[in-house]
Design a protein. Structure first.
Length: 225
């Protein structure tokens, strides 16, 4: 949609964009960025025109000029994802686009223990969909947090909701959703801490038994350069 809007604003397609991150369908982005390449100056009132014509679910926050050494993918220092969810009583369906729901009660003590295991440098091949031989699976989770959600709120939200937060320089394909799926299985006694630890050290083949968490709960919370 960004490219289509830019084409409309410029009235030509002599430009190229490169995004800082890719997300699945139904995943939200509180913060994201793209790099715009073109061989001419931006037209007058460009920022206002772009803002006016972007779809309602995209808002332009700022524009910054960078030099030829900047690369929006390689220059990322960290990405922070949050996974918003609730469990127990089924919430108002209107919240479904931004909040995942799980019917079972979660053992929060087991959840915390699982989070502690995920922090640090591990082999995340077990937590990657469609793995490739060229993919770098050794990744570092700088921070793994569980907290009650008091930031993303609405009148139709349940009384209690939560988020899991993961901060890293980079993630493999579907890593966050698979980590959340593993924590869900752990907190509902369908996965052991021992099996989670083994997967992080040696790559354990879950034989497609690992649950990939609902996409709607995942939010790209922030990107730092």
């Amino acid at each position: 949609m960004v490219d289509r809007t830019l084409k409309f604003v410029f009235q030509h397609d002599r430009f190229k964009t490169l995004g800082a991150s890719r997300t699945d369908a139904m995943v939200s982005a509180n913060d994201s960025a793209f790099e715009l390449f073109m061989n001419e100056e931006l037209p007058e009132n460009f920022e206002a025109d772009l803002q006016r014509n972007l779809p309602l679910d995209i808002r332009l926050e700022s524009i910054e000029r960078v030099d030829e050494h900047f690369n929006i993918i390689q220059s990322v220092t960290s990405k922070t994802y949050r996974y918003y969810f609730c469990f127990g009583e089924k919430p108002n369906p209107i919240s479904a686009s931004v909040l995942a729901w799980y019917p079972e009660e979660w053992d929060l003590n087991l959840l915390w223990q699982g989070l502690e295991r995920l922090e640090g440098t591990h082999n995340f091949k077990s937590f990657c969909t469609q793995p490739k031989e060229t993919t770098e699976y050794i990744r570092t989770i700088d921070q793994a947090v569980f907290a009650e959600n008091n930031e993303l709120t609405a009148s139709f939200f349940p009384e209690k909701s939560y988020f899991l937060e993961f901060k890293s320089k980079g993630f493999v394909r579907n890593q966050v959703r698979l980590m959340v799926g593993a924590l869900y299985m752990l907190a509902t006694n369908r996965l052991t801490l021992e099996k989670l630890e083994y997967a992080l050290e040696y790559h354990y083949d879950f034989n497609n038994q690992l649950i990939i968490a609902h996409a709607s709960g995942l939010h790209l919370h922030s990107i730092d350069f």
